[in-house]
Design a protein around this ligand. Structure first.
Ligand code: ADP
Ligand code: ZN
Length: 204
C-alpha cells in the first residue's frame, strides 16, 4: 500500500502517521523528520535545507525529491507524511511510483496557529503533546524526558508555513481529486476519532 497524507501544518499528520504505520505496517516517511535529522547531523543536505526550514519556506524540490527517492528505493509499502508538498513533487512521485490513496486532513485554519505554537516534543522519546494538556508540567508524560519546542514552531515561522501551505501545497487537493485518489477527513476532532475514520477507509 502506498499512501499520501496531506494537510496543513498542525493538521495532525505526524500523530496520525504514527498510528497508520503501526496499524497497517507501512513505512512512515516524513520529509520533515528526515530533513531535521540531516540538519542535526550537519550533512551536506542538512546545511542546504536549514536556511529554508528556519524561515518556514520549502526546501527546493530537487533536494527533497532526491531524498525521498533514495529513502524508498527498496520499500514498497509506505506512507508519505509532508510529501509531496508541491505540484512538482507530486509529478515526480507519479514518475517513479503509483500512489493508492491520498488522505487529506481537513481542518479550519483558525485552529492551526494555536496548535503549532503550543506544541511540545519530547527530546528523548519524540512524543508530541500540547501545553493545554500539560497543566504546567514540563516533563514528558510518556517517558519523563525533557519537553522541547520545535525551532520552527514560533509565531513568525508558523505564519510563513501556513502561507506556504495555502500557495504551494493546497493545490495538491485538486491534483489528487482529479486522480480519484483523494479522501477528505475532518481533522478538527480528537486524534482517536480522526484515526477511526482513516482506519475504516484504509481497510476497504
Ligand atoms: P509541518 O507540516 O508541521 O510544517 P514538517 O515537519 O512536515 O512540519 O516540515 C517542516 C519543514 O521542513 C517545512 O516547513 C519545510 O521547510 C521542510 N519540508 C518538509 N517537507 C518538505 C517538502 N516535501 N518539500 C519541501 N520542504 C519540506
Ligand atoms: Zn518522552
Amino acid at each position: 500500500m502506498k499512501i499520501v497524507l496531506l494537510g496543513a501544518p498542525g493538521a495532525g499528520k505526524g500523530t496520525q502517521a504514527v498510528k497508520i504505520s503501526a496499524r497497517f505496517n507501512v513505512a512512515h516517511i516524513s520529509t520533515g523528520d528526515l530533513l531535521r535529522k540531516n540538519i542535526k547531523e550537519s550533512t551536506e543536505l542538512g546545511k542546504k535545507a536549514k536556511e529554508y526550514v528556519d524561515k518556514g519556506l520549502l526546501v527546493p524540490d530537487e533536494l527533497v525529491i532526491a531524498l525521498v527517492r533514495e529513502t524508498v528505493k527498496e520499500i514498497d509499502s509506505f506512507l508519505f507524511d509532508g510529501f509531496p508538498r508541491t505540484i512538482e513533487q507530486a509529478k515526480a512521485v507519479d514518475d517513479f511510483t503509483e500512489i493508492d490513496k491520498v488522505i487529506n486532513l481537513d481542518i479550519n485554519e483558525s485552529l492551526l496557529m494555536e496548535r503549532l505554537t503550543g506544541r511540545r516534543v519530547c527530546g528523548d522519546c519524540a512524543a508530541v503533546t500540547h501545553i493545554t494538556l500539560l497543566n504546567g508540567a514540563d516533563k514528558c508524560g510518556v517517558c519523563g524526558g525533557r519537553l522541547l519546542q520545535r525551532a520552527d514552531d514560533n509565531q513568525a515561522t508558523v505564519k510563513s508555513r501556513l502561507d506556504v501551505y495555502v500557495k504551494q501545497t493546497a493545490p495538491l487537493i485538486e491534483y489528487y481529486k482529479k486522480q480519484n485518489k483523494l479522501v477528505n477527513i475532518d481533522a478538527g476532532r480528537e486524534a482517536a476519532d480522526v484515526f477511526k475514520d482513516i482506519e475504516s477507509i484504509l481497510k476497504q
